[in-house]
Design a protein around this ligand. Structure first.
Ligand code: S3P
Length: 441
């Protein structure tokens, strides 16, 4: 069986052009598909997850093509074609949830499915509120496969988000695009707002205001046709986080990462690493396509353990696995609160972090249902574990990063899932000094 090993590096240096933001790439394709005119996208992430969104939209009759200069062009439609086969979203929760939201307002009958990981993830959080509009979802256990019968009517959603989920928020907003009636989403805990920003740029009638209880109230009046936009997708901070942590924990390292998206609802990982003592510099801050971006410079840094409060979780929800690696190499304890959502990601990341660190000689334990403690070992020897990635790209990449600073190499059983978000991860990391390669046992 082919496995992958990551060995200790002597230095990690260079300029890393991290690929485009996954969340923004999905949204650019989806809004482009319903806008009037041609939406042009530069820097689109060409990973399996995003290509699955593209394939689904093509099945629905949307023309999407790539120009010679690398720009993707999406020609918006007014109506979707009834797809003649199942829509398989592979590993992507964002793709299936956002598309279910959008398509629930079209009179189409669609069967959605995904890989083993996606078929184990909860969908009721999406289908319950969408059902209130009259769309019908057939599922055996609230999970995929799901057969959806969409409906074109004026019943719009008025909903308080029970969980800080941008996928849920976005699905509900997209369900309102064809309705004149007002869709209202109350967001007690703010989470990534790429959908709101992009909808505004496409000319949607969308407003975000705080109410008297300091809760975000997002209102959208649909029906008005969106207008095509030009979008430059910034580098994905969630992918950049692997290179950032690798540079911090390896000796003699210095990297630059240009054009990183630093939307304040995504930068929890940078705030937390800075608090741990990381040497991270922001240069050339600017706004590109309605999103803040900057160039980042990162150097080897001694890190110290800290306590991270639950309120931080939505702004770094995908970065806990790699933050746990940083914590393993920090001096002292790190306590991470507010982790319940980690249990329903591509794998149960709450469990995967504890088990993976334990296998590599790091004391890490569950304090309660939502909290993990990691006993950092500073520069003391660790590693030697064999990680089961369970179709989870971020678990696979986090433990490859761990191997880069461990005295004993770290092995991963299957890194194929990395292609869902960051296909060039291993080659890019190796070019900067990593020593990651496949072997057969
Ligand atoms: C995403 C939202 C988050 C995140 C996922 C991408 C998005 O999921 O974990 O990787 O693009 O909206 P939740 O909405 O489930 O928190």
């Amino acid at each position: 069986m082919k496995k992958t090993i990551s060995k200790k590096v002597t230095s990690f240096k260079g300029r890393l052009n991290i690929p485009g933001d996954k969340s923004i790439s999905h949204r650019a394709l989806i809004l482009g598909a319903v806008a009037q005119g041609n939406t042009k996208v530069n820097g689109l992430l060409e990973s399996h997850d995003v290509l699955n969104t593209m394939e689904a939209l093509k099945k629905l009759g949307v023309d999407i093509h790539k120009e010679n200069d690398g720009t993707w062009v999406i020609s918006g439609v007014t109506d979707f074609k009834q797809p003649d086969s199942v829509i398989d979203m592979g590993n992507s929760g964002t793709a299936v949830r956002l598309l279910m939201g959008l398509l629930s307002a079209y009179p189409l009958r669609i069967q959605f499915t995904g890989d083993d990981s996606l078929r184990s993830r909860p969908m009721k959080r999406i289908t319950d509120p969408l059902s209130k509009t009259g769309a019908v979802f057939q599922t055996t256990n609230g999970k995929l496969p799901i057969i959806m019968q969409g409906i074109d009517n004026e019943i719009a959603i008025d909903y308080v988000l029970p969980v800080a989920s941008a996928q849920l928020k976005s699905a509900l907003l997209l369900s309102g695009l064809r309705k004149k009636a007002k869709t209202t989403v109350f967001e007690p805990i703010p989470c990534r707002d790429h959908t709101e920003r992009m909808l505004k740029a496409f000319g949607a009638d969308i407003h975000v205001q705080k109410n008297s209880e300091d809760i975000n109230v997002i209102t959208l009046s649909g029906k008005k046709r969106l207008t095509a936009c030009n979008i430059c997708v910034p580098a994905d901070i969630s992918s950049a986080a692997f290179a950032i942590v690798a540079a911090l924990i390896t000796k003699d390292s210095e990297i630059t990462i240009p054009n990183v998206g630093i939307n304040p609802l995504r930068t929890g990982i940078l705030d937390t690493l800075l608090q741990m003592g990381a040497d991270i510099h922001f240069e050339n801050r600017r706004v590109v396509s309605f999103e803040p971006v900057a160039d980042l410079r990162i150097k080897t840094s001694p890190l110290k353990g800290i306590e991270v409060c639950a309120e931080k979780a939505p702004s770094m929800i995908d970065e806990y696995p790699v933050l746990a690696i940083a914590a393993a190499f920090a001096e002292g304890e790190t306590i991470l609160h507010g982790l319940s959502e980690l249990k329903v990601k591509e794998s149960n990341r709450f469990k995967a972090i504890i088990e993976g660190l334990n296998k590599n000689g790091i004391d890490c334990m569950e304090i309660d249902d939502n909290t993990i403690k990691i006993c950092g070992r500073g520069k003391k020897a660790c590693g030697g574990g064999m990680i089961e990635s369970k179709l989870d790209h971020r678990i696979a990449m986090s433990f490859m990063v761990m191997g880069m600073a461990s005295d004993v190499p770290v092995c991963i059983d299957d890194v194929s899932s990395v292609a869902t978000s960051f296909p060039e991860f291993i080659s890019m990391m190796n070019k900067a000094g990593a020593n990651i390669y496949d072997y057969c046992d």
